[in-house]
Design a protein around this ligand. Structure first.
Ligand SMILES: [Zn+2]
Length: 269
């Protein structure tokens, strides 16, 4: 009697042995078979919750990716607009140059009317020739700027089509995300209620072991069924025949000797 009282007082220890866990599991209220079933149901509820959380976690990333693509397309378009503005400025500058060149040309041509010697004539003609060349260059630059503007405008139009399509995708995805968040939240709430009800049926020590195993394994499976008749559903190592019999009978809490997971017979009640 003193020893059994002492047992209850043992704190839940991370280093507790499987044997003591098995004992406390067997000692609590309710049959072992029923408790194993409850543990398995708890694991399934936790899996379902995890799936929902994951699903909800991936969708915002998809929406974000669409938004990023949209932003990048808009930034490209804005950059093209800037280039066009730059070409327009260049055109204005060259037009002003041409006005200046024309004024100078007119001035020199007037001088030609009152020429006094051939040397002066040659020098003025050279200036006129020079100004003519500069004027041609300015005109060529204007033509090129116009051509570039036309090309950039075509690029912007093509981008506008892509942006319009992406805007539609983005709006649709957002609606989808909202509805999924809403429905998964409802499902998750229901699952959590069920999960808590199941957890309440299991003793504290077993729950502590359950949580500890879940945290320590990558797939968060603490309770696994037998896989293909003779292997652990968590690590896929072969289970000894003796243990298989114990698992099948559902009369004992069996922990995989390889991975530490609890192995159950899902068909046992
Ligand atoms: Zn295992």
């Amino acid at each position: 009697m003193a020893t059994s009282k002492k047992k209850v007082e043992i704190p839940i220890d991370e280093r507790e042995t499987f044997v003591s866990l098995q004992k406390s599991f067997a000692e609590g209220e309710g049959g072992v078979g029923q408790k194993l079933h409850t543990l398995y149901e708890l694991q399934k509820a936790d899996n379902a919750i995890e799936e929902l959380v994951q699903l909800r976690g991936e969708l915002p990333a998809e929406v974000e990716a669409l938004k990023a693509e949209l932003d990048s397309l808009k930034a490209k378009s804005a950059h093209l607009e800037e280039l066009i503005a730059g070409y327009a400025q260049a055109v204005e500058k060259h037009k002003e140059e041409i006005i200046e060149f024309d004024a100078e040309i007119a001035k020199y041509q007037k001088q030609l009317e009152n020429i006094s010697n051939s040397r002066e004539y040659d020098s003025i003609n050279k200036e006129l020739e020079n100004l003519g060349l500069l004027r041609q260059i300015a005109e060529k630059n204007i033509d090129e700027a116009h051509k570039s503007m036309g090309e950039r405008k075509a690029d912007i139009e093509a981008l506008a089509d892509r942006i319009a399509i992406r805007e539609e995708d983005y709006a649709a995805k957002q609606v989808e995300l909202e509805s999924i968040v809403e429905s998964t939240s409802k499902q998750e709430k229901t699952l959590r209620v069920k999960r808590d009800e199941l957890a309440a049926l299991i003793d504290a020590r077993t729950m502590s072991a359950y949580n500890r195993i879940r945290e320590s394994v990558h797939n968060h499976l603490a309770v696994v069924p037998v896989f293909k008749g003779d292997s652990c559903g968590g690590c896929f190592n072969t289970i000894t025949p003796q243990r298989l019999i114990e698992i099948a009978s559902g009369s004992k809490l069996i922990i995989c000797e390889h991975c530490g997971r609890i192995i159950v017979n899902p068909d046992a009640e």
